[in-house]
Design a protein around this ligand. Structure first.
Ligand code: ZN
Length: 368
């Protein structure tokens, strides 16, 4: 087995083993290439060089997509991922250098939640081995979250443990729901238990998977399925984890939500007032604490666009619970570091924590 793995790692260790893609926005090109000659931009705070970390950076493994295509040609979600353009490693490194990103934490958006167990096991094995090989070959610039077949929670728990303990991956990336099931569904408890046991960060990235009625309302001009649908799915996913008691059952979970946690942190006090106003509609003692207490325990990326929005996110959850995210390669933001530096009322320690310190601690990444 060891020999086989070494051979496999050798095969996929080149740049061709991974391709860098966006997160489900079919038809939109990758972030434009930075101009030639851009050099790495070291970030210095109070005279000290700090290591910046982007916790929200996409990629895909072509071999895994081919497995999905061969095994489940009708899988709905795979088309958008396959349709996206790849990107050479050199271009990505140049973009990271231009943006001041030292380490990108790669994740793969799940497009395998509706395939059977054998296919899912193969897809995840190929992906996680490829991620591990790539990160081992570029350890100074990349880390990665494991992918897991969450539709089979026991298998996902095993894949998470193997990804962390054997492959050196840094946690898991999952969707905001799993083939229509909420992450708070009791069937996922084995996965949450393993994540808690391992101290693994679970990065939740939405994929607009609303009901037919909601999806119909999000049609039309303006990309509303993404602009509204994605943060809404995150908001729903996190809210169920709170209100169904999942975060009480697994208090040690380290959850990090994309896109600033969707709408939840910006309007979280409504969650406290719901059960106060209509107690008959809430189970006694669930959750044990005020909902906002759980919001403050989770982590969020900084992808909220304006300094005022980031200031508010920090005011609600604390600077120590916000980590930088770019959504690379999609050009939602072009200066993610500057965004943090421009946010008012942050101390230098806050800025360093958001730009990389907290992520390095959470993920066990080395410092510069
Ligand atoms: Zn994304």
């Amino acid at each position: 087995m060891r020999t086989d793995r070494r051979t496999f790692l050798k095969d996929v260790a080149g740049a061709a083993g991974l391709m860098f893609v966006g997160c489900g926005v079919a038809g939109v090109g990758a972030q434009s290439a930075p101009r030639a000659g851009v050099t790495r931009r070291p970030l210095v705070v109070k005279g000290r060089r700090i290591t910046t970390v982007d916790i929200h950076a996409h990629c895909a493994v072509p071999q895994a997509n081919e497995l999905l295509r061969q095994s489940a040609p009708t899988t709905a979600a795979q088309g958008s991922l396959l349709a996206l353009d790849g990107e050479p490693l050199a271009q990505r490194l140049a973009a990271m250098d231009a943006q001041g990103i030292d380490i990108a934490v790669l994740s793969i958006n799940p497009n395998w939640y509706d395939v059977d167990r054998d296919v899912a096991a193969k897809v995840i094995s190929v992906q996680n081995e490829a991620l591990a090989a790539f990160c081992a070959a570029h350890a100074d610039r990349f880390a990665a979250f494991a992918s897991v077949a969450l539709q089979f929670p026991d298998l996902a728990a095993h894949q998470l443990e193997e990804g962390i303990r054997k492959l050196g991956l840094r946690g898991a990336a999952i969707g905001g729901s799993v083939a229509g099931a909420e992450l708070a569904d009791a069937k996922f408890h084995p996965f949450w238990a393993k994540a808690e046991e391992l101290g693994a960060v679970v990065f939740i990235h939405p994929q607009a998977t609303g009901s037919a009625a909601l999806n119909n309302r999000l049609r039309g001009n303006g990309l509303l399925g993404n602009v509204i649908g994605n943060p809404l799915e995150t908001t729903i996913a996190l809210s169920h984890l709170i209100f169904e008691g999942t975060l009480d059952r697994f208090p040690g979970l380290k959850i990090c939500a994309a896109h600033g946690g969707g709408y939840l942190p910006s309007y979280m006090s409504r969650s406290d007032h719901g059960c106060q106003t209509f107690p008959a509609q809430c189970a006694p003692g669930v959750p044990k604490l005020k909902p906002t207490e759980y919001v403050k325990r989770m982590y969020y990326d900084s992808l909220v666009f304006t300094p005022e929005a980031l200031r508010h996110l920090v005011a609600e959850v604390g600077a120590s619970h916000v980590v930088m995210g770019t959504d690379y390669p999609y050009p939602w933001v072009d200066a993610p570091v500057d965004h943090v530096l421009a946010t008012p009322l942050l101390s230098d320690a806050d800025r360093e924590a958001i730009l990389g310190g907290t992520a390095r601690t959470l993920l066990g990444l080395r410092t510069a």
